[in-house]
Design a binder for this molecule. Structure first.
Ligand SMILES: [Fe+2]
Length: 352
């Protein structure tokens, strides 16, 4: 059952069409011209409009265009007393669903209205389905974003907690990891200005920086805090910390190979580092950056076995190691960070 608006300037024809259609169970409203048809459509929506193509005071084509501009879908069937190909083409081109030639027959009119109503319902159902689907996708996306944010917060909190655990146990390196992280990110950003570095790599570097000495949890606190030269056994114990850190972290998925970066942070450009004696690009870029920042921060700060040497001395040491211990590109970026950007190694920084 469709809601139909019948528009024709001939009263008798309107009534005949209404009779045919009401007999089929459709609800019909009648209008004698375009203006009253538009008023009727504004007052209540229709599924199908059946309109004469030629009427005094404005034709059916004008009505057709007005119907196209409605906020809802409504199919239009044109009725014409001049069944030429041109009239039919004009009606269809303007967006009519069908056209019916006079004299009207019950079967032809009812068939056209039936088909138009079916199309309209199918189109409406399609729109509803699309809207439902869009709402569903929006809701799923929002909940996915929420889960991702929660996961990121968890990673962040876990990282901070592990980092603090080591700092509480080893006060001499308190703040060391945060300062190294902050400097590493500054070097990464400087390098990123010349090379295309991924933001995920920076995040991975940041987490690895905050956890790079995590393996020291396994080393006796007396050795870490010893204010004298270490024996060879003690040195080899300390040198195990990158692998221990890697073992602790390798089961965790940070979305970036954080465990590997931690394992490689004492590797050196010329292959003289540990634990695996990797060389040049065999060492991940993040680990090469971390290595430079780690050495620089350690030299510039106070240590149990010696006072702070200062940033100047530390920078000189880094410069001397360019191309041997350290990646020259990373060294150049590090020097630019201090000498051009005026970077200050601050004891109170929080890694961003
Ligand atoms: Fe280390």
């Amino acid at each position: 059952m469709a809601n139909v608006l019948l528009v024709d300037d001939e009263e008798a024809l309107r009534q005949t069409m209404a009779l045919f259609l009401r007999h089929e169970g459709h609800v019909c409203r009648l209008a004698g011209d375009v203006d009253s048809a538009l008023l009727a459509l504004a007052a209540e929506s229709a599924d199908v409009v059946v309109s004469d193509i030629r009427m005094p005071g404005g034709g059916g084509i004008a009505l057709l265009e007005a119907v196209r501009g409605l906020a809802y879908r409504c199919e239009v069937i044109m009725v014409t007393g001049d069944p030429t190909v041109e009239t039919a083409v004009q009606a269809i081109r303007c967006g009519a669903f069908d056209y019916v030639a006079k004299p009207l027959t019950r079967a032809r009119l009812c068939g056209a209205v039936e088909a138009a109503a079916t199309l309209k319902y199918a189109a409406d159902a399609d729109v509803r389905y699309r809207e439902d689907l869009e709402r569903l996708v929006e809701a799923r996306t929002a909940s996915l974003h929420e889960s991702l944010e929660r996961l990121q917060r968890t990673v962040e909190n876990t990282t901070q907690a592990l980092s603090r655990a080591l700092e509480i146990r080893d006060p001499y390196t308190a703040g060391h990891q945060r300062r190294v992280t902050h400097l590493s990110c500054a070097i990464h950003d400087r390098l990123g200005a010349q090379r295309r570095l991924s933001p995920q790599g920076r995040d991975g570097l940041r987490i690895a920086g905050l956890l790079h000495d995590l393996g020291k949890l396994a080393i006796p606190a007396e050795i870490l805090a010893k204010p004298a030269r270490l024996s060879s056994v003690e040195v080899s114990l300390i040198r195990a910390h990158p692998v221990i850190g890697w073992e602790i972290l390798s089961g965790l998925d940070f979305g970036w190979p954080v465990a590997e970066i931690v394992r490689q942070h004492h590797e050196r450009w010329d292959g003289t580092g540990y634990p695996d004696g990797l060389k040049r690009e065999e060492i991940r870029l993040e680990a090469r950056i971390l290595g430079v920042a780690d050495v620089l921060e350690a030299m510039a700060s106070h240590r149990p076995y010696r006072p702070a040497l200062g940033v100047e001395v530390a920078l000189e040491e880094i410069r001397k190691g360019s191309g041997t211990a350290f990646d020259p590109e990373v060294v150049a970026a590090c020097l630019s960070v201090f000498l051009e950007d005026g970077y200050v190694l601050d004891s109170g920084v929080l890694a961003d």
